[in-house]
Structures are given as C-alpha cells and as structure tokens.
Ligand binder design. Structure first.
Ligand SMILES: [Zn+2]
Length: 394
C-alpha cells in the first residue's frame, strides 16, 4: 500500500506521531502501533524520529518530506533529543511521554473538522520543558502517557484502550498565567525572529535552563530544588529569571554579586560554587557537553574570581586560569609561604586591614601586601614552620 484511503491533513505544529494516532482512530484500529505495522511503518521508530520511517510516513500521507520535519522529535540514545533545529537533553524535551492541554484537546474534538474521536492533536510546541502554561486556556499542561508506555506517542489509542476520556485529565491542570518568557522561548523554538536581547546569544536549552534556575534562586534562594517546585511555580521562576535577563549582562552580574555577598554573610568556611551559587551552579554543571553552558559557567566564574579569594589552579566550575584579583589571609600566606597570623598582625599594624579582621572574612587586593612579605619572612616564621609549631603545641 503506497498511501492511505482515509486521510485527514496534519495540523500545523502537529507531531507526526499524533497524526498517525488520529489516522489509526479514523481507520478503527486498536493502536497507532498496530495500524502502522499494517502499513509497513514502525511507529516506535517514528517516535524516535528515524529518518527512514519519517520518509515512509511522508510517502503514506502524500506529504513533502521537508514539510514534515517540524513534527519530528529525533532521539539520540538515552540522553539527547533534536527538534526544530535545536539540541536538547531528555529532561528538556519530551519524546515518549506527552505534554498536552486537555482543554485544547477537548475543543479540538468539539470542532466540526474531521471525524469525532480523531480530531484532538498534540502540538510539537508543547513538548519542550519551557512550555508549561496553555496560552489559550491559562492553565498548566499535563504530562502523561495515556494507556501506559506501550501507547507512548499514541494519545488517542491510549485513551481508548484505557477507557479514559480527555475530561479525566482536566483536574490535573491548575490556573496559571502564560508568561512573556514562555512566548519568547516559543519564538526561539519555532525559529522566529525575536527582539535583540542578552539571551539571544545562548543556544535555546542553555538559555531556558539558565533563565528558569536564575528565577528559582531569585524567588527561593540558592537552596531551592527546581525539580521539586510545581509547574505553575516553575513558570513564575522562568518569568522572574527572564525579567532579569532582559536588563542585560550588567544586571545579571550585579545579581550574581549579591549572591557572593550573601555567601560572605553566612558562616561557611569552604569556598566552592555550590556554597556561593547553590542550585544555579549545580544545574549549570549538569550538561557541560551541551552548547552554551560553557558561556554561562564562564560568567559565573568571572563574578566569582572578581569577588572571592580564588585564583589560578583553584577549581570553581572548572579550573581557574584568570589571574588572582583577591587574596584571603590564608591564600596570601600560602602563596608567599609565610605565617597567616604574622601576616594578619603586620597588616593590622600597617593599617591595611582593621583590627579584629578575621581569617574567614578578610579579603584584599594582592598588591596591598607587597611591602609586607619580606618583613613577614624576616620574622622567620614560614607557613611550614608555623604549621609544625602549631602541631607540636596541640
Ligand atoms: Zn489549552
């Protein structure tokens, strides 16, 4: 069989798997998988965007192959996805599970186009993680696999097999406002031109990920666990992060600096990215092989190097290569192999730092101690000697 007898057109933005799911219902088939098999098409292969089966789909539906590319989500192994010319990791773009607005699907079915039971279709735009709120119904989307994973990608078949209705999913939605952030990322996903802004310089996933985690930290602090927030709150986080990015890199760096200042106020002794930037550092480290993340890490690292006593060879979201901007008493003492206590005493005596300056809080520009290194050494207490004396005393 070269093409289908009963054919309804694929809707704009519809996934190919959704179209096959509708065609299967139209032909009275139990599932899209069984229906595809009858036609010599492998539905599971279509679900992974296999080019051979995408071609087969185009042939069966009498479509031009390049016109169906926007309805394909291609998977590469367990981790990577590709759609609309963007690369994603699996948590940022659904492939086997489906995200949908039940209200939209109910309205599809209530329309007068096509046959009842074969009208509701799944939009490609719904599948990226950043799409959380239906901008028609102002409700959150539902993520589900109706009928279980053997019906993955076949929402209509799964619903029928499980004896479910679309209305059963309405209770899983909550009211939420669609955001300008989501609208911006939808335009990026659909390769539409956007206003000039800082986020444009990042590839889509890195831009989304940085924006939503930045917003989560703004709203909840660095200890926030983004994955544990509900969908409506995640949407608000992305919105708040987006509002900050709209102000440009200077404003973003100023906010990151405020996190560094918060770090100094906490009784934490170890300097590392998790202690300073929390969830933002943890999440931005998760996909070092994905495009754009290295730029975000460089931004975080630059703010850190400018404002924390870290320098070449230290690890802060990667090994630091920039020259040192700040010393602490301990890092200066270690670098110059002198006693930190002697150094502190000399610095207080010379008025470089105020009396009572503590080891944990005191930072200064390296050049401020240029004149103190030799006097400290002449006192004869090197870092090693000082450590040895302290060990003997304890
Ligand atoms: Zn809707």
């Amino acid at each position: 069989m070269n093409s289908l007898k009963l054919l309804v057109p694929r809707e704009a933005d519809e996934l190919l798997t959704s179209h096959v799911s509708r065609l299967a219902q139209l032909h009275g088939s139990y599932s899209a998988s069984a229906f595809s098999r009858y036609l010599g098409l492998n539905f599971e292969a279509l679900l992974t965007g296999d080019p051979q089966h995408v071609s087969k789909y185009a042939e069966l539906t009498e479509s031009i192959e390049e016109n169906v590319a926007d309805g394909v989500i291609k998977t590469f192994g367990q981790k990577y996805r590709y759609a609309h010319s963007h690369s994603f990791t699996r948590c940022h773009l659904l492939a086997t599970r489906t995200k949908f607005c039940p209200h939209c699907l109910i309205e599809d079915e209530q329309s007068e186009f096509g046959r009842p039971g074969a009208r509701a279709f799944i939009r490609s735009t719904w599948q990226p993680r950043f799409f959380r709120v239906c901008d028609v119904h102002n409700t959150t989307l539902v993520t589900a696999v109706p009928g279980g994973f053997r019906f993955a990608g076949d929402v209509l078949g799964g619903l029928a097999a499980a004896g479910q209705k679309l209305e059963d999913y309405v209770s899983q939605t909550v009211s939420a406002e669609p955001t300008t952030a989501q609208a911006y990322f939808v335009m990026r996903y659909n390769l539409q031109p956007t206003n000039l802004q800082w986020l444009n310089r990042l590839p889509l996933q890195a831009a989304v990920h940085f924006t939503e985690i930045l917003g989560a930290v703004i709203r909840h602090g660095i200890k926030v666990q983004f994955d544990e927030l509900d969908t409506a709150e995640q949407s608000l986080c992305m919105h708040d992060g987006y509002e900050l990015t709209l102000k440009g890199q200077k404003a973003i760096k100023a906010y990151l600096l405020s996190l560094v200042k918060d770090y100094y106020r906490r009784p934490t002794s170890w300097i590392n990215a998790h202690a300073v930037f929390g969830e933002l550092a943890d999440e931005m480290c998760r996909h070092p092989d994905m495009p754009g993340y290295s730029s975000v890490l460089t931004l975080l690292r630059r703010v850190a190097v400018d404002n924390l006593p870290i320098g070449p060879g230290d690890n802060f979201l990667g090994v630091i290569k920039d020259h040192r901007r700040l010393h602490s008493l301990r890092t200066a003492a270690k670098e110059h192999e002198i006693s930190p206590r002697i150094l502190r005493s000399l610095m207080i005596e010379k008025g470089v730092i105020p009396p009572g300056s503590t080891f944990r809080r005191t930072v200064f520009h390296p050049r401020l101690i240029n004149d103190l290194i030799e006097p400290a050494r002449r006192l004869g207490l090197t870092w090693e000697k000082n450590s040895r004396i302290r060990r003997q005393q304890s």
